[in-house]
Design a protein around this ligand. Structure first.
Ligand SMILES: [Ca+2]
Ligand SMILES: [Ca+2]
Ligand SMILES: [Ca+2]
Ligand SMILES: [Ca+2]
Length: 338
């Protein structure tokens, strides 16, 4: 391993607990947020924050900048498209057509391809980090199960095999686990299982409704929605289910969190008036409305953009800027940049 790669690896290791603690340790939040804002992306989905994709009550999928600008309809068809999910390299979107089949398309809406063709409904697609597989939900076996298939639709396999409701899978950034919702038998909880379907484990363990898991890009935390406070709130917890913390704290329904690829922000939906997409810092601060439409927005997902991060600043920087970046990095970590 080269010196620069080793340094980047060391810095990433340091950042994992920092990113997680931002949510839990409010007294340290300001300091720690500063510590993560300019850090390299720390994820199996390495990248900067790209566009936000979402669907709405028109049955189309849109992409926009995270501040709501440059809104583009990428489906523009008369059949309803919903549930966009970015691939880890940010080049493709998996989605659902007419509520019954999983498709993929390029980020600009081109090259649309149908992946499932069962007699029942297939929905909630999500990519594996390496882009080779897609997990989804289906009722083809007579009850709601999570399946995984090749990214070309080949070889679908049942991962859950449980008489309860199992749906909304999301792959962990390192590819080893899948978080999902399950009702076994009466209470909706967030479960983790190994990516081959083994070892399903209830991690929310709360008598209220818990749903919509979204991994932080470093894999240390999961954001989710819950009704435990008698209105929907977005919470975050460590991936073992500990330290479940309310991030939104608003009397309106807050739901469907989507962590940003750089780990610093979370997009979510809120019905503070008309339902809109909001973006907040990962500790719940700075909740900002980014859509403004009389329609109802639904699920959002944040595009990872490729970067070439190093622990010692942008490798393309030269001269005084590069020296300043190295000095800044050295002042903030145990890693010494040459
Ligand atoms: Ca099931
Ligand atoms: Ca529950
Ligand atoms: Ca709320
Ligand atoms: Ca709206």
């Amino acid at each position: 391993m080269s010196g620069a790669r080793r340094a980047a690896s060391t810095l990433r290791t340091c950042i994992v607990p920092i990113t997680a603690a931002v949510v839990v340790l409010s007294l340290l939040a300001a300091l720690l947020v500063v510590g993560t804002l300019d850090s390299p992306a720390d994820a199996a989905f390495p990248g900067a924050n790209g566009k936000i994709a979402f669907d709405d009550s028109t049955g189309d999928i849109y992409v926009m900048e995270p501040d709501g600008s440059n809104l583009v309809n990428v489906t523009n068809s008369i059949v309803p498209e919903h549930q966009p999910s970015w691939s880890a390299d940010g080049t493709k979107i998996a989605f659902v057509v007419a509520g019954v089949d999983v498709y993929v398309m390029n980020a600009d809406g081109s090259n649309r391809m149908k992946l499932t063709d069962s007699a029942t409904v297939d929905y909630f697609p999500t990519w594996s980090p390496d882009g080779t597989k897609i997990a989804f939900t289906t009722v083809r076996d007579g009850n709601t199960e999570i399946y995984v298939m090749g990214a070309d639709g080949s070889n679908p396999i049942n991962l859950t095999n449980n008489p309860g409701i199992d749906e909304r899978p999301v792959w962990s950034p390192d590819g080893t686990k899948i978080a999902f919702e399950s009702v076994r038998p009466v209470n909706r909880e967030i479960y983790l299982m190994d990516s081959d379907g083994s070892n399903p484990t209830n991690i929310t363990n709360n008598e209220s409704f818990d749903a919509s898991p979204s991994w932080s890009p470093d894999g240390s935390m999961i954001a989710f929605e819950t009704f435990r406070d008698l209105n929907l709130e977005v919470y975050a917890m460590f991936a073992d289910g500990s330290s479940q913390t309310n991030l939104t704290n608003n009397p309106a329904p807050d739901l469907l969190p989507a962590w940003s690829p750089d780990g610093t922000k979370i997009a979510f939906l809120s019905s503070r008036g008309n339902r809109e997409i909001y973006v907040m810092a990962a500790n719940g601060s700075d909740q900002t409305q980014v859509t403004n439409s009389p329609l109802n927005e639904f699920r959002s997902d944040w595009q990872p953009l490729p970067t070439t991060p190093t622990a010692c600043g942008n490798s393309r920087a030269t001269g005084r800027a590069a020296a300043a970046a190295k000095a800044h990095a050295n002042s903030r970590s145990a890693v010494h940049c040459p």
